[in-house]
Design a protein around this ligand. Structure first.
Ligand SMILES: Cc1cc2nc3c(=O)[nH]c(=O)nc-3n(C[C@H](O)[C@H](O)[C@H](O)COP(=O)(O)O)c2cc1C
Length: 191
């Protein structure tokens, strides 16, 4: 069911790094994005795929992980993503891409989740360094990076208490993500 898939589709940041993801699999997930909605149907998003070392290790250097977990520098060797999809915007295709990036990202992550994998959207990217590493042409701007792998962590959804939106980890290293209640986000005309 779609609801189960969406609930399972959490941001995972620790993986079984040795579980590889084939490039054909990444292509299947990008194909879900390709078939998703696009403002003016301009389709300005492009994708760079990385499925192995040493490129994965080089990409990892330019990513920022879990800003709220201030004493955690990111996944250690052995728990790092086994693949990356670098989402790019082709600036030679005119117009504003509005929310194409979010729709494409969700399509890719739902595909990965359905296949038993998981990932994390990484917006904290050293774009200039990554652009240089991947030898990208000028017209391809980095939008964000999707880090992917076989999840090695448990993520649970909680209800927000006292307005606290920060995710946190408990003593068993379970990752907790507070979500606002449905009643809080559905707006009604006051009595
Ligand atoms: C646009 C966007 C940018 C994000 N950037 C980062 C990031 O740079 N690093 C990171 O560790 N997580 C990043 N995340 C993941 C969020 O922290 C995560 O979605 C949030 O904590 C809620 O957890 P959930 O995805 O499991 O619901 C990003 C998420 C979104 C939607």
């Amino acid at each position: 069911m779609l609801r189960d898939l969406i609930l399972k589709n959490r941001s995972y940041r620790r993986f079984y790094q040795s579980e590889r993801i084939a490039e054909t699999q990444l292509r299947d997930w990008v194909d879900l994005a390709r078939n998703s909605a696009s403002a003016r149907n301009a389709q300005p998003l492009k994708y760079f795929l990385s499925t192995g070392e040493p490129l994965n290790a080089s990409i990892f250097e330019f990513l920022g992980w879990a800003g709220y977990l201030t004493d955690w520098p990111g996944p250690e060797e052995g728990e790092r993503p086994s693949a990356y999809i670098v989402m790019l915007r082709d600036t030679s295709i005119p117009g504003n891409y509005l929310c194409d990036d979010g729709i494409a990202t969700q399509s890719i992550l739902l595909g990965a989740t359905e296949a038993g994998f998981g990932g994390c959207i990484i917006h904290a990217v050293n774009r200039s360094k990554l652009h240089e590493l991947l030898k990208l042409p000028e017209n391809l701007e980095i939008v964000q990076v999707l880090a992917l792998g076989k999840p090695k962590e448990t993520v649970v959804l909680d209800v927000i208490k006292n307005g606290e939106i920060k995710y946190w980890r408990d003593e068993n290293q379970v990752h907790h993500v507070p979500k606002r209640t449905l009643d809080e986000i559905i707006v009604k005309i006051p009595d």
